[in-house]
Write a protein that binds this ligand. Structure first.
Ligand code: PLP
Length: 429
């Protein structure tokens, strides 16, 4: 599509937007009665209005039926999990039995490492991205030590080349090629949280499979953001959190994918009663018998109040349609890039260095901008003018317009404010 830099053009895109009414399904933060421009859906997605209703239903069941709610509530708690996995399976490109909703991301990462990081003296390495999210780094380090290996030797980090910010796929693949025969696990983010780079998951999985290593992904910034085909890409496992692009609420209950090819194998795992074969769980027998599928990794009674908020959000995804959400996400962000480049072209030398790759297939909703001058002041100016974006040391502004509730006009107003902030010659506290 041919974009124009005018406000009228942005407004016309909003008018044509098939998802425009879905913004009303969310509570948009306000200051002094005015809606803020919220571009932080990559940190904490906004609250669906229906989240409160669904939580109230659980509270009312609890009040009126007590423990009987598990089986006799209007929507029995025992079956609540099944209301979540269908939509999630669509979002991550999995069969429903391959998806389970449980725990939180870091916990799930540990549980998956128990099953899929099985180092031997010959194959003990983990290949990952340099500067992965800290939780991921700590998980790798502590599992490696737990098995009696040295993280400095076992963890191979693929780094950007000198002077570059993002990884080249060829460098990832050649590292897998080089260390493959000694590698137990290849684990990358789907999208790096800092740079916004989307990795070529299909190519990484193919290389890992060829090398005879297990392969997993941390999809914190990818689930609900970009198209995923976890089953077809032949990935062993993946984990994600649901509070970023999936709008499941602060500390939302996380998700896990386990490829069905792994179901037959009796994988080692840390077990709990909630993962026990469902029909006979309440016999409380000795000897762990896992449920078939990804649900067999569950440990504990789920937090139903958190199921409720996630359900509210997934229902919106279902109604909007995952394909329509992705189409709008791409258009919204292509437009953002067009406008940002326009702003940068008005100043010489350029004020912004884009860390996120500009090619559409290598990114999702997020843009990370390294500000060349007065970064913190520009960030302060934006926050003072009702734009909620994210600041990362040193000098990086991150923003992520989300297709379900952000508009083209908001993108226009943001870039207009950014241009004013860059051109402003006073001091902005
Ligand atoms: C957000 C994020 C996390 C957070 O993990 P929690 O256990 O949900 O706190 C972990 N890994 C990555 C890559 C993330 O982006």
């Amino acid at each position: 599509m041919e974009f124009l830099p005018s406000l009228e053009f942005a407004q016309s895109l909003d008018q044509q937007d098939q998802l425009k009414n879905f913004r009303n399904r969310f509570i948009i933060p306000e200051a002094d009665g005015k809606q803020l421009v919220y571009f932080l859906g990559n940190s904490l997605g906004l609250q669906p209005k229906s989240a409160n209703d669904y939580m109230q239903r659980i509270l009312q069941d609890w009040a009126s039926l007590g423990v009987e709610s598990f089986f006799h509530a209007k929507e029995p708690w025992m079956d609540y999990h099944d209301k979540l996995t269908g939509t999630l399976a669509t979002v991550v490109g999995a069969r429903p039995a391959e998806v389970v909703v449980m725990n939180q991301l870091t916990v799930n990462l540990h549980l998956m490492l128990v099953s899929f990081y099985r180092p031997t003296a010959k194959r003990f390495r983990i290949i990952c991205e340099a500067k992965a999210f800290p939780s991921d780094q700590y998980a790798f380090e502590t599992h490696v030590r737990h098995h009696g290996f040295d993280p400095a030797e076992a963890v191979i980090e693929v780094s950007p080349r000198e002077g570059e910010f993002t990884l080249r796929t060829e460098d990832i693949l050649s590292t897998i090629d080089q260390y493959g025969h000694e590698t137990a696990l290849v684990l990358f983010g789907g999208i790096n949280y800092y740079t916004g780079q989307a990795f070529d998951m299909q190519a990484i999985a193919a290389a890992a499979n060829k090398a005879g290593a297990r392969v997993g992904f941390d999809l914190a910034h990818a689930a609900g953001n970009i198209p995923l085909r976890l089953h077809d890409w032949n990935i062993d496992f993946a984990c994600w959190c649901s509070y970023k692009y999936l709008n499941g609420g602060p500390g939302a209950i996380g998700g896990v994918f386990v490829h069905e090819k792994n179901f037959a194998e009796d994988l080692p795992r840390f077990a709990g009663w909630w993962g026990y074969d469902k029909p006979t769980r309440f016999k409380m027998d000795k000897g762990f018998k896992p449920m078939q599928g990804a649900e067999g990794w569950q440990l504990s009674t789920p937090p139903f109040l958190m199921y409720a908020t996630l359900r509210a959000s997934l229902e919106i995804v279902e109604q909007a349609g995952w394909d329509a959400i992705q189409s709008k996400g791409r258009l919204l962000n292509d437009y953002l890039w067009f406008m940002l480049k326009g702003v940068n072209d008005t100043v010489d030398p350029p004020a912004i260095q884009f860390i996120t790759p500009s090619t559409a297939k290598d990114r999702g909703c997020q843009v990370s901008m390294l500000m060349k001058r007065r970064g913190r002041e520009i960030y302060n100016y934006l926050m003072q003018h009702d734009f909620m974006v994210d600041w990362r040391e040193p000098d990086v502004i991150r923003l992520a317009p989300a297709p379900l509730y952000n508009t083209f006009e908001e993108v226009w107003r943001f870039t207009d404010a950014l241009e004013k902030a860059i051109g402003f010659d006073g001091y902005i506290a």
